[in-house]
Design a protein around this ligand. Structure first.
Ligand SMILES: [Fe+2]
Length: 201
């Protein structure tokens, strides 16, 4: 897969284009603020974008999702619990197909109930569930500290250490890092139990 990380807007959001090199079919992960940079990158790369996927329903990730999907001739996708109106609904374990490649949906509630991560077997798009150096906040509607702890520690940390993390905001010292490295550096992943996690998240 080819991954393009595209900064948008004033809140350090990162949208993504993820393309299967064989078929040139792609997905967009999140669409906040503006559509121009993503449309330009998709066209420059000769990509056929099939889906625009929301990692969760917060405005800075989805405000322009319908507009972008319209411009690219793609379908919008969100978790089944999302309040967004989308063409497709997904749940954990579902897959999106790009040519011969597959992207899996992992349900990771905690930041919001509708939070999902996308995983292609090598790259993990984490939205606001996991950042470089931190995790998403849990004090907004639908947030849950205990659910986020479980999503990070029982679900995401079960993936291979060489998995590349691609977060929904550029909040860290780098824009992506391998999960195994991040597990040694990120206080929210170093927390050994919910009590320690509550102290650092
Ligand atoms: Fe968010």
């Amino acid at each position: 897969m080819i991954v393009r990380q595209i900064p948008v807007g004033p809140m350090k959001n990162l949208d993504y284009l993820v393309m299967d090199e064989t078929s040139m079919e792609a997905i967009v992960v999140d669409s906040g603020w503006e559509t121009g940079p993503v449309v330009a990158a998709a066209k420059a790369g000769g990509m056929r974008v099939r889906y625009v996927v929301a990692t969760h329903g917060h405005f800075d990730h989805v405000e322009t999702i319908a507009e972008l999907a319209g411009k690219l001739g793609a379908q919008t996708v969100a978790h089944e619990s999302s309040e967004l109106k989308t063409d497709l609904r997904v749940r954990g374990g579902d897959t999106l197909t790009l040519g011969g490649a597959r992207v899996s949906v992992i349900h990771t509630p905690g930041h919001t109930q509708d939070s999902i991560c996308l995983y292609d077997g090598k790259n993990l798009f984490t939205g606001d569930t996991l950042f470089i150096g931190n995790c998403g906040r849990t004090d907004l509607p639908g947030g849950s500290t205990s659910e986020l702890f479980h999503s990070l520690h029982a679900v995401l940390m079960a993936l291979p250490g060489e998995t590349m993390i691609y977060p929904g905001h550029d909040y860290g010292d780098v824009r992506s890092r391998r999960l195994g490295e991040e597990a040694k550096l990120n206080p929210t992943l170093l927390a050994r139990n919910l009590r320690e996690f509550t102290g650092v998240e």
